[in-house]
Design a protein around this ligand. Structure first.
Ligand code: ADP
Ligand code: 5GP
Length: 183
């Protein structure tokens, strides 16, 4: 059985970018693909970044007890499919990119989960990155910013906090944590 690594951090902090680098260096790590009711962003592929599902389908999955955890935030549902995660854990360590409520629910379900929080170098830099990505509406940016202070507060309950100043440095620190915890 592999280890479970949970990564959280504000929208736009660079989670996807850093995780892509981490996974490129360690092909043994698997990414847990969540289900979401939000629309795909340009370039996102169904089954790779997320399973993009309707609200009705998501509710059906809740009724079928298909989720290890799920949460409603930023006007959408997000959840970790249980069966897929168990299957991936049989072959190695798995990384989840989920927000703090989900992270704490995972920790409750599996107390050996390792929680890593990615923090921005500054709030201004976070806003610049989110806006610079160019795929999020001003309304969505405001919704996401409203969560930032709360998310930063939750970082105190994580096992590790890593600042994403430079992508390579941040990915390197996460790789060190994984090596220390899983190998
Ligand atoms: P998240 O998955 O946390 O929402 P992304 O990985 O989509 O964030 O990154 C948001 C934007 O910030 C992207 O345009 C990405 O290229 C950029 N970015 C990520 N990490 C860094 C960094 N260390 N320095 C500068 N820009 C970054
Ligand atoms: P985004 O819409 O930017 O991809 O993700 C928004 C937030 O949802 C991020 O904080 C991300 O970590 C979180 N998220 C993604 N998948 C899940 C999930 O399965 N469960 C929970 N609780 N949060 C998730």
């Amino acid at each position: 059985m592999g280890k479970l690594f949970v990564i959280s951090g504000a929208s736009g902090v660079g989670k996807s970018t850093v995780l892509a680098k981490v996974m490129a260096k360690r092909s043994d790590l698997k990414f847990s693909v969540s289900a979401t009711t939000r629309a795909p962003r340009p370039g996102e592929v169904d089954g790779r970044e997320y399973y993009f599902v309707t609200k009705d389908k998501f509710r059906e999955m809740i009724e079928d007890d298909a989720f290890l955890e799920y949460d409603a935030h930023m006007n959408n549902f997000y959840g970790t499919p249980k069966a897929q995660l168990e299957e991936k854990l049989q072959t190695g360590s798995v990384i989840l990119d989920i927000e703090p409520n989900g992270a704490f629910n995972v920790r409750q379900a599996r107390n050996d989960a390792i929680l890593i929080f990615i923090a921005p170098p500054s709030l201004q830099e976070l806003e610049d990155r989110l806006r610079g990505r160019g795929d999020t509406s001003e309304e969505q940016i405001r919704v996401r910013q409203a969560r930032v202070a709360w998310e930063m507060e939750q970082s105190k309950r994580y096992d590790y906090v890593v600042v994403n100043d430079k992508v390579a440095t941040c990915a390197g620190k996460i790789l060190e944590i994984i090596a220390q915890e899983a190998d």
